[in-house]
Design a protein around this ligand. Structure first.
Ligand code: BV8
Length: 230
């Protein structure tokens, strides 16, 4: 049984029309990472941060999964139908819902999800598709202590124990559409290599960790991923 672990980043959603972070006209060229992607930024100006995530959340219904998301979902389906003797886990750094809408189910959102809020009053995690403001009451406890359920810099990514054991025991690790700048995701290739995995990078341009991969294919995800899945 072949164990496959796939890591995706913002590049896999680019051709659906969502901005990446570090490309020329990416998100960090328009917003300050410190202001909208750190707990300190949220403490300093929670309204500004809520407005940032409200905008990203409102963009989601206008975009569709692309051929890369669909190819990964079809791979999972073929495995489910026992057409391929393998196990597949997708770890995404993305907070959009395009993998889910393409049909992927075995998915870890290690940096959280746009369609989730977290109440710091009662600790509830809430499915949320609307705008959220500093005075939006928690639907569970009524307190006005909601924050986006997003992992900011300096915060521990989700599911790291499950992710780590998957990486150390996989046969194939494929990294798609990520610049390889943000840790711990950027270190996953080394973790997979320390096991017995073959490692492949599918990216528009070489990532920061490109030399750590056994193989690197360059091009758009909507071309590379369906070819790779075949
Ligand atoms: C943690 C939130 C510890 C959601 C994000 C020094 C060294 C090492 C590490 C650190 C360090 N200083 C600080 C750190 C830690 C820090 C970090 O890594 N900083 C970096 C900047 C150095 N990491 C953290 O803080 C993490 N937490 O370490 O916790 C800890 C331990 C114990 C207890 C408590 C804490 C948390 C990191 C998560 C931060 N949250 N975002 C959101 O707003 O979206 S990060 C942000 O970057 C997004 O999540 C994004 O997913 C992520 C990575 O970006 P990419 O997805 O790679 O996107 P990018 O634009 O960079 O690249 C796109 C790529 O796609 C490009 O290569 C491009 O060529 C390619 N592409 C473009 N178009 C296409 C394409 N590819 C294919 N097809 C195309 N069409």
């Amino acid at each position: 049984m072949k164990k496959i672990v796939i890591l995706t980043g913002a590049g896999v959603s680019k051709e659906s029309g969502l901005d990446t972070f570090r490309d020329a006209n990416g998100i960090w060229a328009k917003y300050s990472m410190e202001e909208v992607c750190t707990p300190e930024g949220f403490k300093r100006n929670p309204q500004k941060l809520h407005e940032f995530y409200n905008k990203l959340r409102n963009d989601l219904p206008n975009v569709q999964p692309n051929a890369a998301h669909i190819a990964l979902a079809e791979l999972e389906k073929a495995i489910e139908q026992k057409k391929i003797d393998a196990e597949l886990i997708i770890i995404t750094q993305n907070i959009d819902d395009l993998h889910e809408r393409a049909g992927s189910k075995k998915l870890y959102h290690m940096h959280g999800e746009l369609y989730k809020l977290w109440c710091r009053g009662c600790d509830a995690k809430i499915k949320w598709q609307h705008d959220c403001f500093i005075d939006t009451p928690c639907p569970h406890c009524g307190q006005q202590k909601l924050r986006p359920d997003i992992v900011w810099f300096g915060e521990m990514p989700y599911d790291m124990d499950k992710i780590q054991s998957a990486l150390l025991s996989c046969d194939l690790f494929v990294s798609i559409g990520t610049s390889g700048v943000v840790y711990p995701a950027a270190g996953f290739v080394q973790m997979a290599s320390s096991g017995h995995a073959k490692t492949v990078e599918l990216n528009l341009e070489p990532s920061a960790g490109t030399t750590c991969f056994n193989e690197s294919k360059l091009g758009p995800a909507t071309q590379l991923v369906p070819q790779f899945v075949e």
